[in-house]
Write a protein that binds this ligand. Structure first.
Ligand code: NDP
Length: 339
């Protein structure tokens, strides 16, 4: 079997030298365990944080250890009563083409409901994140205006579509004209701003003022940087910000981009804003409610999704680094093995 391990801790931006694809001996499953053959590996921005040896909401990956990651795979052998060979299941098996894992840590997937890899995207962690942010953190009301950054990504694309379905005016911010066209034409955003075309936070503020003429009531924050700088001055009184991510700043990049602290704080104060960070692991109990609501929307096309697929586990490191820079277009996936 093969896997990708953390070979070095990144100094600033992560590089290919920090990740290594290597062979390993996959053990046989013990009592209560399952041997899984990976079909799909999910690549997610949070993995960048796991590469650092810093205190966070999750323990870092150790040097020489397999990179953390959620996969969808086929059960090859099982010593757990709930799983049989041929079953499709998802779990945190990591960047590996085969894995042994406790059956209790796996969730079975019904391939009849939706394509199995949606368990990593629109019907998985990113979808739950979008749904939780929109409904439980922002608690949106129809008729109001929402801005979503990384608007075409795994999380943002779902947030935008859920808001649209609830009758909000939605403005996306995405990187490049192609993503912006997709945002308005396919995802239903009323407008989309290309952040590459905005020189700084001031230019971004003007573009947002243009696209959100009644001001911004809700901001689904995925990026930080100049997008946050542009949004903050456009927030309406009693507006809400769901702090989901700040990818522009991951790895210590773009630290000079973003709102000046006094400006940020003054706007929070005078406009009586509510900003709430959330980590999706605190909201897993909502998963059944989320699936009940969103799976039918995916089935009938009210929520559509797009995928950026890379072939082969050996290409996962490059795909991951590319995603951090916006090289993905939709949910980032690696096809590790045949369906
Ligand atoms: P995406 O599919 O959105 O991919 C990342 C995107 O970030 C890129 O495609 C790019 O989009 C955008 N991006 C990268 N650099 C910059 C930059 N400098 N300025 C603006 N945008 C940038 O990833 P996900 O949907 O999986 O994740 C989105 C965010 O949500 C991340 O910040 C992630 O950490 C966070 N997250 C948080 C969770 C939580 O529990 N709080 C759970 C899951 C995700 P573009 O080309 O459009 O700029």
């Amino acid at each position: 079997a093969t896997r990708v391990v953390l070979s070095a801790r990144p100094q600033g931006a992560a590089t290919l030298d920090d990740l290594r694809h290597e062979p390993f001996e996959c053990p046989d499953p013990g009592d209560g365990q399952v041997l899984l053959r990976t079909i799909w590996l999910s690549l997610d921005p949070y993995m960048r944080g796991r590469m650092d040896d810093a205190k966070s909401y999750a323990t870092p990956v150790g040097l020489g250890e397999v990179m953390t990651g959620q996969t969808v795979g086929e059960v090859i052998a099982s010593r757990h009563k709930d799983f049989a060979p041929g079953d499709i299941a998802t779990g945190m098996t990591g960047w590996t083409d085969h894995a042994v894992i406790d059956g209790g840590e796996l969730r079975k997937i019904d391939p009849e409901v939706a394509p199995i890899q949606t368990a990593l995207g629109v019907l998985g962690m990113p979808g739950l994140t979008a749904w939780t942010g929109v409904n439980h953190i922002l608690r949106v009301e129809s008729g109001k205006t929402l801005v979503v950054s990384a608007a075409t990504g795994a999380v943002g694309s779902v947030a935008g579509q859920l808001a649209k379905a609830k009758g909000l005016h939605s403005v996306g911010v995405a990187g490049g004209p192609e993503k912006c066209a997709f945002a308005t034409d396919e995802l239903g955003y009323d407008a989309c701003i290309d952040h590459h075309a905005q020189a700084d936070g001031k230019a971004m503020a003007a573009a947002i003022a243009d696209a959100a003429s009644d001001g911004v009531d809700y901001y689904f924050e995925n990026v930080g940087g100049k997008t946050l700088a542009g949004v903050i001055g456009n927030m309406n009184d009693h507006g809400a910000i769901a702090i989901c991510g700040m990818i522009a700043w991951y790895g210590g990049k773009n630290l000079d981009e973003g709102p000046q602290m006094p400006m940020l704080w003054r706007n929070m104060l005078t406009r009586k804003l509510r900003a709430e960070g959330f980590i999706i692991y605190d909201h897993w109990h909502r998963f059944p409610d989320f699936l009940n609501e969103v799976a039918p929307m995916v089935a009938d096309g009210r929520v559509s999704y797009r995928e950026s697929v890379t072939e082969g586990l050996e290409n996962a490191p490059a795909a991951f680094l590319d995603m951090l820079q916006g090289g993905n277009f939709g949910k980032t996936l690696v096809r590790v093995g045949a369906d």
